[in-house]
Design a protein around this ligand. Sequence first.
Ligand SMILES: N[C@@H](CCC(=O)N[C@@H](CS)C(=O)NCC(=O)O)C(=O)O
Length: 201
Amino acid sequence: MLTLYHHPYSQHVRRVTSLLEEAGIPYKPVHVSLDNGEHMSEAFMSINPNHQVPTLIDGSLKLHESNAILRYLCGKHNLRKWYPADASDAAVVDQWLDWNQSRLSQPVIDIVLNSVFLGDDADASAIENGKERMRELTKILSAALRDNDFLCGDTPTIADLSVASNISQLQLADAVPDDNSIKAWYGRVCEIPGFKKSLPS
Ligand SMILES: N[C@@H](CCC(=O)N[C@@H](CS)C(=O)NCC(=O)O)C(=O)O
């Protein structure tokens, strides 16, 4: 059985859990206490030297990077509706997966970490800077969703699970973009049972 090292408030884990739950793939969740520094332990670093969750173990395969894990699961379990076989369709999914990592991720981390988790150590300028960057990203995401129910067309793909996991993180800081297309799309993703199950209770 697969083992997934996770933390309930990790947006990067959330996208993986969503897919595992939605596809009904059995897995053993192992909680890594980021709060107590367990991710920096020798034992965990031997599994993932980047000291990060999610980390997936499947037999002899040890895999980190949430989007790589998503693609692996789709390939292994032939989840073509979540990650299409057609090269151009898959490329559009990849585009949004990469956009999520390279553009959306950091402002989300800056806003949420500093507004919710760092307490007295919070950096107010990082929050402001993150919100400023979010204004541009909101326009890009909103335009992509204007004519489509989901990022890559009429049905959800792993791109939606990945990007929506960051939007759900913004909810913690009450910073979900105030945009009708994004809110309607996020509502649709939240109706996906696997995504719903991945949200912290
Ligand atoms: N690029 C990685 C990022 C994973 C990540 O940043 N995980 C956070 C939790 S949300 C973590 O484990 N942080 C601990 C650390 O970086 O030391 C991915 O997509 O999986």
